[in-house]
Design a protein around this ligand. Structure first.
Ligand code: AQP
Length: 346
């Protein structure tokens, strides 16, 4: 996929202005889980060192599925705290809430004008969510990827770090940007996608579906208690016995493959020996789960502690988010002015 480098207009902390800009978002739809960590936040924490990073709690996306308004502000705070606890440095990155920067909605409308409905109806995630919906299919769900395009294009970001489930959406935003540029003049760089290993962690209770905030029982929370992590790893679906000698990991069943993916992420030093044992047909899943659980507890226990400390000071989290919106807004306003001007809205 083509990657277009842009010049930074505003460095968030007075850093060098020529850094490539990154944008990514996370929905406050539920408890942030280890899939979000492996497929997104872990990567963001690394990228923020070298890229000008905008990380967004995408609340306007989250309300496209049924939600409880009274609980929602707490969900947003919770998502922000989990991100900070997991390594997002709000000084290095711009961490903010989507609805605090109203230009996201305005650009979405402008982009709606040039987005074919047929293309939106073909999005896999739309089809999946529409199928699961118990309340009918609302226009917001269909237009979800247009809002995502607005998020990224508003900051003229050239890199979008996401899990593989989001690649189709990034392709769509490239199409939208291209169409806009062709119709109204060169305005938006075409964003590229950045994937990591472990880009899709599967549910522990059903490894045929991805670990998901909105599917109860599917996830291990980022801030799960150590004992619960151990319990959930022990209960993860695998095979009844070891594989035949000479088996290849590529042919492993989804549950076993999922554990290997996690083992490679959390206990990379032990990974080769378990791959060798798998191929020799001598692997013991109980032992592998023990090693994995130990490594996960080691990673997540300090994050949980940081998260709990942060949640005791909700005003500090609100301050972080207010500061993020203050830094994001001037960039967003400049782009909106440019887009409006190009479209003849003066
Ligand atoms: N299971 C996963 N494995 C790896 N990466 C994942 N991501 C989500 N689930 C997994 C990545 O996390 C980032 C933020 O995701 P999101 O908040 O936009 O929500 P989502 O992709 O729709 O995932 P969820 O957690 O399953 O939420 P719900 O249940 O609300 O749909 C993205 O980069 C995503 O790829």
């Amino acid at each position: 996929m083509q990657k277009v480098e842009t010049q930074s207009e505003v460095a968030p902390h007075g850093g060098p202005p020529a850094r490539v800009r990154v944008f990514s978002g996370i929905q406050p739809t539920g408890v942030i889980h280890i899939g979000n960590y492996v497929g997104a936040i872990r990567q963001w924490a690394e990228l923020q060192r070298d890229y000008e990073s905008y990380f967004c709690i995408v609340d306007l996306h989250a309300i496209t599925v049924p939600y409880e308004p009274a609980e929602f502000p707490q969900r947003v705070l919770d998502a922000a705290a989990a991100n900070v606890a997991a390594g997002i440095d709000p000084k290095q990155s711009v961490l903010f809430v989507q609805s605090h920067v109203p230009e996201h909605s305005e650009l979405m409308w402008l982009l709606n004008i040039i987005t074919p409905v047929g293309q939106l109806e073909r999005m896999t995630q739309f089809k999946d969510k529409a199928r699961r919906s118990k309340v009918g299919v609302m226009a917001g769900l269909l237009n979800y990827p247009v809002l995502m395009a607005a998020d990224v294009l508003l900051y003229k970001a050239s890199l979008v770090p996401v899990g593989d489930d989001q690649v189709q959406h990034v392709e769509l935003m490239r199409d939208i940007a291209e169409r806009f540029n062709k119709q109204f003049g060169e305005t938006f760089p075409l964003p590229g996608v950045r994937l990591t290993k472990g880009a899709r962690i599967m549910a522990f209770n059903d490894p045929n579906v991805k670990m998901s905030k909105s599917i109860d029982g599917s996830y291990v929370a980022l801030v799960e208690r150590s004992e619960t992590i151990r319990k959930k790893v022990r209960a993860a679906v695998t095979d009844p016995g070891p594989p035949k000698k000479g088996s290849k990991l590529d042919d492993a069943t989804p549950g076993v493959a999922n554990l290997f993916t996690l083992l490679e992420v959390f206990a990379p030093a032990r990974y080769p020996e378990f791959v060798a044992a798998y191929e020799a047909g001598t692997v013991r899943y109980s032992e592998m789960k023990q090693v994995l659980a130990d490594a996960m507890v080691e990673t997540f226990a300090p994050m949980r502690k940081r998260y709990e400390e942060l949640m005791q000071r909700p005003d500090d989290i609100r301050d972080i988010l207010a500061d993020g919106a203050k830094r994001a807004r001037p960039v967003a306003q400049r782009t909106i002015e440019e887009a409006r001007h190009r479209m003849g809205l003066r």
